[in-house]
Write a new protein. Sequence first.
Length: 607
Amino acid sequence: MPSFSELKRTHTCGELTAADVGKAVTLNGWVQEYRNLGGLLFIDVRDRYGLTQIVLNPEKVAETAFALATRARHEYVIAATGVVQPRPEGTVNAGMATGEIEVAVDEFHILAESKTPPFEIEDVTEASDVLRLEYRYLDLRRRPLQNNLRIRHFAARAIREYFSDRDFYEIETPLLIRSTPEGARDYVVPSRVQKHKFYALPQSPQLFKQILMISGYDRYFQLARCLRDEDLRADRQPEHTQLDMEMSFVTRGDIFGEIEGMMTHLFRKVLGVKLETPFPRYDYYEAMNRWGIDKPDLRFGMEINDITDIVADCGFKVFSDVVKNGGVVKALCLKGGGNYSRKQVDELTDVAKQLGAGGLAYILRAETGDKSPIMKFIGEDVKDAICAKVDASAGDAVFIVSDKKLKTESILGQLRLQLGRRHELIKKDEWQFLWVTRFPLFEYNEDEDRLDAMHNIVSSPIDEDLPLLDRNLATDLPISDWQHPLRRIRAEQYDLVLNGTELGSGSIRVHQRHIQQRILNILGMSDERAEKMFGFLLRALEYGAPPHGGIALGLDRIVALMTGNDNIREVIAFPKTASAASLMDGSPSDITPEQLRELGLEFLSRD
RNA sequence: GGGGCUGUAGUUCAGUUUGGUUAGAACGCCUGCCUGUCACGCAGGAGGCCGCGAGUUCGAGUCUCGUCAGCCCCGCCA
């Protein structure tokens, strides 16, 4: 066999067309398919760029070359030299980009043989996830994955382009950092040099990017790897990539503007889609009121309506008791649901109950008249008032839930999504972005009877609610009461949502030490402990910290949405299983006793 | 930590409800034939620790218990 320098490709497998007819070319690639007709041999050669048919005719090619080519099997790597020729009349393949031509081979070489692959390399695979992950290098040869990684690359490039053009610096932050409480469980790395001490792998560059603001790098971004030792989901991997950014001397509107600009650039460059800006903004409480979820899917309507006032005194005890105890009654209208069968209603009721509802009341506005098991309690007038409020006409259905406010909204929010999916109300090919803003700063932790940070510890209260932080604010209310002043504080925090998926969140940060310390105290951290854990941030805040804020968006989720995938594994080259294992390289794995000894570690037990 | 689903040729699955002769199919693989195929075709062939371990039984792919792995969900998590 000649040296490879003489067998190097002159063209890729995706670029030859009728315009190249007559050219002498060499192709390198993998055998996608071979069709040996005895006296005539066709091979489809594949690379990242496409597929080209080569043909060997024993009458026109050296015997040795033909013999070699008949040995070629699926996934062999080959080099073929020949002349581009038009396909004979009637044999053009319209379904193939290179289908008008073929390469008539006169020299053929096998560069590498392949074992029979455990699954076939085709666009739609039936291979199990286990096989696909174990043989990831084969799975990655498939066109859908190659397309996903291509989109991912172009997305990353568009993001870098946008921020670079707007004077942002991409600055790397460390991977080995100190472990801090709050948030997710850390992955930890033992230190050899300092025995019995550990680094943590970053859950995000959060504190470092704030330090960069304090250092004066007032426009920062990074495509940052982030690691969390928590259980996995279809949209959660132990390591993922964030589009992280932070700016100084800004209000939230400045952040929104940059992100909207970046998203517009990204979607135009990569998908050719024009986005409308500005994205709509809704306060957290408004989102919960109208859609029952903090990441509403705006690709369909069916908003939730409050009918508490209408039914408060209607005589139906289930409703009036709930109202008396401070609860609410809310409803949503399913257009065209008036002919729902008993079975369909029962199924929906089961869903509601699984979500914690006591039950599901309903009004069916069928052709034959309105049907409702609660009619005899609420009467015609109240029924009509409810239908008017939720805009239910003849042929529609109304579903009603009553409970505490947040619970009622969440249940209806989930029902709304289920109904939207079941009845295919969700419009495809729409990109509905929105901002959800002003989340509560604190979240009540029932198990521990204390307050947790709803987002993170560095989110600033909105100006209006800042007085509620005051140490001396008198109140008799326990923190379990949702009226407690601390629980009424709203944070200058925002989530970016696309089609019902949370892409990420950010906030205007606390830039004054005493406020940061107060928040840490409220979260149950003594001054000593705060100093120990966050001392470096608190000290940095004492040396001229500018007002600043930013956001971090999940790149994996963005690319998954852009490529129409439900699972972010499809847009990550080397992902992990649901139990955080990599089936290809076999991690996590044992380490040697020597490694352990060097780190000063030993196992408690081997169970 | 909890729940649901799945595990049988190289692969994807059927067979498990009702235990019983030699565990089937398709694709892939191997051999032969075939000069215009592109899901090539035709003929033949090889290929099985029924995830693993106990148990029940005269007898287990099939029943019971345990265990491991994968997927999805809740908890957890930005």
